[in-house]
Design a protein around this ligand. Structure first.
Ligand code: SF4
Length: 267
């Protein structure tokens, strides 16, 4: 069995949701504009580092969804998102803070690590390169609101960055946040992950895989305001026995054990 960060984090968020998704094959329908835009923008970023026309790539990729019935939030529209994307690509070029040598090797880097019992863990790292003068693991995010920077040190607790550091063995990690707000902004957030954090993450992965293989899928519903995880959970219709909600949000694909790492490119 091959595990990924998305699988582990989904199990930790709610084991029942993991079962719906990975054992029973209930996948969320891909209608969220923000998520699809994130994927298109990532392709444009790859083009930028390959010294290609990144704006043209963005329009080509995002253009495929121009007339699609997508769910837009925050007053977004296809046009507005396209223009924000171009603005952010121009800003990235102006700042010129990121260097990626041999981009064909160092973009979307696939890393695989063996786990006990013949299992594997796989991660696709957005990039390995330099932010200013520091070589680091780079993670891209597109979002509509700024990442919190206070209190100091918060970023070092980000489990996805810890995971990437654990997989790559590189301490320095950075998340480059492309903020699609009225005045677009790029945040370059950098931190260091300690050896102890990497070791603990490895223990967390092994413990979680053990629970999955033991068939423990009790729900962690999290129904208390304001952190109600069920409200944003795509599997809510299944847990409520609400067929209409299930049909609106989900599609069933048997044998659904693919890695779905692209789901990480979320708003
Ligand atoms: S709706 Fe709540 S209990 Fe059900 S799978 Fe989602 S998070 Fe878990």
């Amino acid at each position: 069995m091959t595990y990924s960060y998305t699988q582990i984090s989904q199990y930790l968020r709610c084991p029942r949701s993991y079962r719906h998704r990975y054992l029973d094959g209930w996948r969320e329908k891909e209608t969220r504009a923000a998520m699809l835009f994130g994927r298109c923008f990532e392709k444009a970023l790859a083009a930028y580092f390959l010294r290609q026309d990144s704006a043209a790539v963005l329009f080509k990729e995002w253009g495929a969804y121009r007339d699609a019935p997508l769910e837009h939030t925050n007053g977004d529209s296809w046009d507005r998102m396209a223009h924000q994307g171009v603005h952010l690509l121009e800003m990235l070029a102006r700042h010129d803070r990121i260097r990626i040598r041999q981009p064909r090797r160092n973009l979307q880097v696939k890393l695989v690590r063996s786990l006990p019992n013949g299992n594997d863990f796989v991660a696709y790292i957005d990039a390995i390169g330099n932010l200013d003068d520091t070589r680091c693991v780079l993670d891209w995010k597109t979002t509509t609101s700024r990442y919190p920077e206070e209190p100091a040190g918060l970023l070092a607790l980000d489990p996805q960055l810890i995971c990437y550091s654990w997989m790559s063995g590189i301490s320095d990690v950075a998340v480059v946040v492309f903020v699609r707000k009225r005045t677009p902004e790029i945040q370059y957030l950098q931190t260091s992950i300690t050896e102890e954090q990497r070791r603990e993450f490895g223990q967390l992965v092994e413990a979680t895989v053990g629970q999955i293989e033991a068939g423990q899928f009790l729900p962690h519903s999290g129904i208390r305001f304001p952190q109600n995880g069920c409200v944003s959970c795509p599997h809510l219709g299944l847990c409520l026995g609400n067929q209409q909600l299930t049909d609106a949000k989900l599609i069933r694909k048997p044998g659904a054990s693919d890695l779905d790492w692209l789901d990480l490119l979320d708003d």
